[in-house]
Design a binder for this molecule. Structure first.
Ligand code: HEM
Length: 423
């Protein structure tokens, strides 16, 4: 954006507007073509203009740059503002308290330490051992959907939601019969991560209540596993806490909360958005039905085509220049992952689903040191879900051709997806 151009003379990107109808892709295309490094309104944390990156190459390059950090508290100006305004640190068990201990919102060295503790449970090799378990869960869920509802109704309730939830519970070591308790907590906290849409005070209170209840519940599980360790991630984190001193009690609980939210609110969208995209491209659905071995590549293409996480943000720790735009220290940068994944400079015909395309490096799981820890698990869950659906219900039909999108800018997903199993 050339200097001196005022907001009256240019188009301002509005997240709310772009997502209002659930299809931000036309807006993204416009910005990629006309204003790919878009300077927006002044915003958090220091009142500098927010900067939005729409192109694949910028997203990829700058997400890997160490000057793009998570914590504003790295900046001396922010510390000064904090003292001047006398901001208190968040109280124990509030959402702010837990979130400030999520690896997702940390920088090195704390980020490196926390990530390395959970990492082993999510490597591709360890995850691959869960394939049979995940296939059995998916097959059971579809059987129950047929048995209880005649295979007609909301696929999110029937498959897309319970599959990842049961799997992450199994990884962590949370009894599956307690899963219903997490549903509302995870929904509230997932929306709290959807920052641009969730600034309301009563919403913050609900997020704090959910954090408190979830923390209490998890502390009970930690006590039980301390007395009776099992082969699960919570038991391993307890060893790291008690015997090796590598994390605090608060970090242990926060890590479990983060993994539960991530396990609830993202893969659901991969399965539901992906199924919708397949049913809207019937030729591609038929390809999958005819050749189930396409389901791995199909998962990558569907992650690219309608990304479950549409954006992530960083704070600029040191002035940088991006595509000719000087971005001062303290600016918040929005990495538009969903836009990068439709970049015509990288993919031919990016607005079309093609299950056999060479998908290459999409940005759906981010890039750099925060690259999604759960990516191997999410990929396997997606692959199993699409494969099971295509095998068990080759004539799958969409009952509502225009399902409604939930509000939200970070997490992109449907409220419900009405289908009929068939064949
Ligand atoms: C299709 C499903 C998923 C998508 C699209 C997704 C997407 C992402 C993205 C874009 C990031 C990077 C955020 C950033 O750079 O700020 C991320 C980070 C993360 N994801 Fe996922 N995710 C998915 C599933 C999961 C699952 C199933 C888990 C856990 C079981 C998980 C755990 C995490 C964690 C812990 C981080 C933070 C990593 C770090 O800060 O180093 N994700 N995810």
């Amino acid at each position: 954006m050339a200097e001196g151009v005022t907001t009256q003379h240019r188009r301002l990107f509005s997240i709310e507007q772009a997502f209002a109808e659930g299809n931000p892709y036309a807006d993204y295309a416009w910005f990629r073509a006309h204003d790919p490094v878009h300077v927006g309104e002044p915003g958090w944390p220091l009142g500098q203009p927010q900067v939005f990156l729409f192109r694949h190459r910028d997203v990829m390059q700058w997400l890997r740059d160490p000057r793009m950090v998570k914590r504003a508290s790295q900046l001396p100006e922010f510390q000064a503002l904090r003292e001047e305004r006398q901001w208190e640190p968040p109280e124990q068990d509030t959402f702010g308290f837990a979130a400030s201990r999520f690896m997702l919102f940390q920088d090195p060295p704390d980020h490196t330490r926390l990530r390395s503790l959970a990492n082993r449970a999510f490597t591709p090799r360890v995850v691959a051992d869960r394939r049979e378990e995940i296939e059995a869960i998916a097959a059971d869920l579809l059987r129950a959907f047929r048995g209880e509802q005649g295979g007609e109704g909301d696929l999110i309730q029937a498959l897309a939601y319970p599959l990842p939830v049961l799997v992450i519970a199994s990884v962590l070591g949370i009894p599956p019969e307690d899963m219903h308790r997490f549903r509302d907590w995870a929904a509230v906290l997932g929306a709290a991560i959807d920052l641009p849409m969730a600034g309301l005070a009563d919403f913050a209170a609900r997020a704090d209540d959910a954090t408190r209840d979830m923390s209490d519940y998890l502390r009970g599980i930690v006590t039980a596993r301390r007395d009776d360790p099992r082969d699960d991630l919570i038991s391993r984190l307890i060893v790291a806490r008690d015997e090796e001193g590598r994390l605090t009690d608060d970090e242990l609980i926060a890590t479990c909360i983060l993994l539960m939210i991530a396990g609830h609110e993202t893969t659901v969208n991969l399965i539901a958005n992906g199924t919708l995209a397949l049913l809207r491209h019937p030729d591609q659905w038929q390809r999958l039905v005819a050749d189930l071995s396409l389901s791995g590549n199909a998962t990558e293409e569907l992650l690219r085509y309608d990304s479950p996480v549409q954006l992530t943000t960083r704070i600029v720790a040191d002035e940088v220049e991006i595509g000719g735009v000087v971005v001062p220290r303290g600016s918040e940068v929005f990495f538009m992952l969903g836009s990068a994944n439709r970049d015509e400079a990288v993919w031919d015909d990016p607005d079309t689903v093609r299950l056999d395309r060479q998908v290459g490096r999409h940005m759906a799981f981010g890039m750099g040191i925060h690259f999604c820890l759960g990516a191997p698990l999410a990929r396997l869950e997606g692959e199993v879900a699409f494969q099971t659906l295509a095998r068990e219900s080759p004539g799958l039909e969409l009952r509502d051709p225009h399902p409604a999108w939930r509000p939200g800018a970070v997490l992109h997903g449907l409220g419900r997806l009405d289908v009929r199993l068939s064949g």
